[in-house]
Design a protein around this ligand. Structure first.
Ligand SMILES: Cc1cc2nc3c(=O)[nH]c(=O)nc-3n(C[C@H](O)[C@H](O)[C@H](O)COP(=O)(O)O)c2cc1C
Length: 249
């Protein structure tokens, strides 16, 4: 990601360099190219003005704008990640989340993008309105549910298509009263996580992840639950990518 930032910052220089170097588009139809890891490294090295092998027969102008630049690199990476050349050891990943107001959803999207993962949205049968979420109103739905030891949020479904195929499951939720929003409880209770890495993540105004992940792990009773992470609403895609790298993804 740091490399990417550096690349982005020097885009203008590279564009000029590419133009001066007379690199012209050889890609007329921009069809499927099946770029390899080597192509990514070559284009990256070329943009960084490092030594490369002879690239004159290469077709790296993915966006057909007559030059090779950082935008072509981004498109190449995206195409590569979407291809069958994906590293096999990462396994297949699902990001399952509940988000009442969009903050957790944004983080879930970053994870899914970075991991090339599928997404499952945990959806209550009766969605929470902003009045329902008003924790300052003692008559609101969340306050009533919070005070109810038998609370239970009915979900549209807890069945994930092709569930058996996933090696890693990220579970995202907002923190409500220092705990995981209970909307995710049934999802966790109704699925068998045996053989899967499970990584909780949450968003909150200020509360930490706390015991929320551990409690969900207890509810699930199966799965290899990792420690998890709390994100603030200002967390960026780079923050998420950094965390994923730290935990080995
Ligand atoms: C009912 C309710 C309870 C909340 N309790 C806490 C809390 O205990 N600690 C905290 O830091 N934030 C709390 N928040 C703020 C949310 O955790 C935070 O805004 C979160 O990022 C929202 O995620 P979402 O947009 O995905 O729903 C609460 C919000 C609601 C609606």
């Amino acid at each position: 990601m740091k490399k990417f930032a550096l690349l982005a910052a020097t885009t203008a220089i590279f564009m000029t360099f590419c133009t001066i170097a007379g690199i012209s588009a050889v890609n007329a139809d921009n069809g499927e190219q099946n770029y390899t890891k080597e192509d990514i490294v070559y284009l990256q090295d070329f943009l960084l003005a490092r030594e490369t092998p002879d690239l004159s027969d290469k077709d790296y102008d993915l966006n057909n704008d007559g030059r090779w630049d950082v935008f072509d690199l981004c498109l190449m990476k995206r195409e590569f990640l979407g291809s069958s050349d994906l590293p096999e050891d990462t396994g297949k990943t699902l990001v399952a989340y509940y988000s009442a107001t969009g903050t957790t959803e944004r983080i879930a999207d970053y994870i899914a993008e970075e991991m090339n993962a599928d997404i499952f949205v945990i959806t209550p049968e009766e969605e929470y309105t902003s009045a329902d979420l008003n924790w300052t109103n003692q008559d609101s739905r969340v306050v009533a549910e919070h005070n109810d030891p038998e609370r239970h949020t009915e979900l549209v479904t807890t069945d994930v298509p092709d569930w058996e195929s996933y090696d890693n499951v990220f579970i995202g939720y907002p923190i409500w009263w220092q705990e995981a929003a209970w909307v995710v409880d049934d999802f966790v209770k109704n699925n068998d996580f045996t053989g899967k890495n499970v990584i909780p993540f949450c968003t909150s105004s200020s509360s930490p992840l706390g015991e929320s992940g551990v409690k969900l792990a207890e509810m699930a009773g199966t799965g290899n639950w990792l420690e998890g992470m709390r994100f603030r609403s200002s967390s960026s895609a780079d923050d998420v990518a950094e965390w994923l790298e730290e935990i080995g993804f």
